[in-house]
Structure formats: C-alpha cells, structure tokens
Design a protein around this ligand. Sequence first.
Ligand code: NAI
Length: 421
Amino acid sequence: MTNKIEIIKGQLRVPNQVTIPFIEGDGIGSEITKATQKIVDRVIEFTYNGKRSINWMEVLAGEKAHKQTGEWLPQATIDAFKAYMVGIKGPLTTPVGGGIRSLNVTLRQTLDLYVCLRPIRWFKGVPSPVRYPELVDMHIFRENTEDIYAGIEFMTGTDEAKSFLELLKKHSGIEKIRFPESTSFGIKPISEDGSKRLVRAALHYAVTRKLPSVTLVHKGNIMKFTEGAFKNWGYEVAESEFASETFTWRQFESIAKEKGQDAAHHALEEEKKQGKVIVKDVITDAFLQDSLLKPYNHSVIATMNLNGDYISDQLAAMVGGIGISPGANINYQSGYAIFEATHGTAPDIAGTGKANPCSLLLSAAMMLEYMGWEKAAEHIYDALEHTFNKRKVTSDLHALMEGASLLSTSDFADEVICNVH
Ligand code: NAI
C-alpha cells in the first residue's frame, strides 16, 4: 500500500499512514512548525489509537533551501508536492531584487492552486475588536490565479504603454482617460472558466457542509464585464449545476417580478426550510460594512483575487488577527493543496520563543479536514478553545488579554496537548 494521497474519480484516497511534505519556513518557521507537528501527531494518535499517522517529509524552500542548494525553490520541492498531492508550509521570506518571484506565488501558479480558502471563526477567549465575535463564522473562497494579480502592467512613458494607448485609440476608450500621456495601465483578466471553477468549489463546499449561504462579492456595478460577469457566471453555475441544492437571489427577483414581493419571500422561506443554500450577491464596499455589522448574514464568500485579499484581512482582524488565521491554496480538480500560515516570517521575534503557532496549527487542522480526518481536526479546535479559555497564550495575545499567563511557543504546544481529551 502506497503512502501517497491519490485522487480517484474526483475523490481523495488517503492512506492511514500518509506522507506529508512540509516546508519549515523562514524566521519563526522552525518554531511554529515544530509546535504544530507535535500537537498534530499527538492528536492523531489520541483520535485513531495508532491506526493512522503522518510521516512528515521535509522539503526545502526559502532561505534554508538557498543556503543548502543555492536555489530558493528547488525543483525537487515542487516535484514532492506534485507526487504527494497535499502539503503544508511555514512562512517564506520573499527574496528581494534580482527578478526572483515570490515563492508563494510560484508554488500557487505551478500547481494551479486556484482557490485560496480562509475559514474565519472565533475561538472563545481570544480578544476581538467586535462586540459579538461569536457571530462571525465565514469561509472565504478567493480566486487565486486571475484579476490584476496577473501582473500585466505598463508603466507610463514606456513603449508598451504607448502602444496600449494606440490600441485604446482604435477601440475607443481613450476619451475616458483623463491624462492619457502620463497614465500607467494595469490589466484585469477575469474569465468565465476561472470564475466558474471558483464558484463551483464554493458551492460544493457549502452544500457538503450544509452551510446556509454563498455570497458572491463583486464590484460589478462599476466593472461590468469583469466583476459583473463574475457575478452572472456565479449565478449560472448555481442554477445549472446545483439547481436542486440552491435558491438564488436572481430566482427570488424573478418571482418578485412575476408574483410580487410576498410570494418571493414566501418562496425564500420555503427553500430555506428545505435546507437549500441561498446564493446571493453583494457589492464589495457594502459587503465590508455588512460583514462587520451583520456577520451572521454571510457564510461562504466567493470572490475575485483583489476583493479576496482585502476581505481576508478584515475578517481575520475581527476574530483575533492574522496571527491565528489559517489558510489553504487548493485545486479541487487535481487534488493538489498546500496549507499555510497566513502571516509572514516575523523576523523581529524569530528565535525568541514568542511566536504564536496557531495560524499554522489551524492550517494543519484544515488539512486534516481536507484529508477526511475530521475527528482529529475537531480535537485540535476543542483543545485550542480550552487553552484560550484558561488564558494561556503566547506573547502576541498576552498583550491583549487581561489576567493571561504568558507561554513560549513550545510551552503553548505542550499546554494544547494537555487539553486534548
Ligand atoms: P509578518 O507577518 O512577518 O509580521 C508582521 C507583525 O506580526 C510582526 O510584528 C510580527 O512579529 C507579527 N507576527 C507575525 N506572525 C506572528 C506569529 N505567528 N506570532 C506572533 N507574532 C507574529 O509580516 P512582514 O514583517 O511584513 O513580513 C516579513 C517577511 O515575511 C517578508 O519577507 C515577507 O515577504 C514575508 N511574508 C511571507 C508570507 C508567506 O510566506 N505566506 C506572508 C507575508 C509575508
């Protein structure tokens, strides 16, 4: 029996003794990786009585790779993620200058990891800037491969900018540019294929987890053929591929137009009673307000790259900040997935035992869920909640929590392990 994860007819097949490649990460990476692996190993042992285990296989990237091999991201690392399908990584220093691309971006692009998934939930006891953090429970599906992140930009004054301007002159549009001769340009590619596969993944996630709604977040009132098209393609996927599991806001509006508002509201309530996922859309700026004022209105969020970037950080801040929020980059078609800490390498505290390992630990819990080892993930969530309730925390949260006990990264890991039961 192989120890590799495989995908067979769209389903992951995970062996009980599974090999998981990991990148330790730079800066605080080694501290949070050690803490995470110790907790995860203990939880798996506790949950499955030795029937399941992870064989952690280190692969190199970042400064450690550069020191040992002269390369920032060796081909062997990419090959390992391809061969073993699911992996986890600590934060990596972005090499400065010399035309070296961000290692994170390279990994995402090479494996075509088109979903950036960020679950946002609050753990009792964690300091939050909002009044009712317990009402925050959202899952962000951020498109990871398109939008202005494609990196197609033309600096004003360059030949590219000049020929782009010529193109605009031919196709009209030049009159909309206030200062054509001193303008730089950026291109925003949003495709039907890219939008639909993202929304499909979000809908599938909501349906299988029996979540109440999917919100398509867009600025289609201004950017009609990119963000507006994203919204329409999103509704199309819901209505054509998830017809029996969803009820869309477009369907609500069409009933309202034909039979009146009361009939539409009645239909909506009936569909909710049947457990249908409600698919709606909200303009980005309104969403940023609404998610703060009425977070219970939103469950799964499907959005494009730039919106997703802003939204992820705002929502993370609502439940205790980027230091504890997990993330994953996933291709649900090929099965490839890399789970990661969402913060950086924190060079200011590296080696001091001050790092909070929760972002990486919660990413590992997401990984266990992705592998179908949900019970083990639940034990991690419970143990963390117990630890926070006892007010035993690392220095970042200690500064914000009254009467809390300060623990080092490794003592925090031991405390979480004590709370596994
Ligand atoms: P950063 O996230 O490393 O640090 C920002 C602040 O948060 C610092 O004060 C740091 O001490 C604190 N912090 C971060 N993680 C923490 C944790 N787990 N526990 C306690 N405190 C924590 O962001 P910064 O300083 O902008 O970036 C440093 C390096 O990390 C750069 O080279 C950057 O490119 C890289 N980076 C890598 C990312 C990744 O690999 N996914 C993401 C973001 C940045």
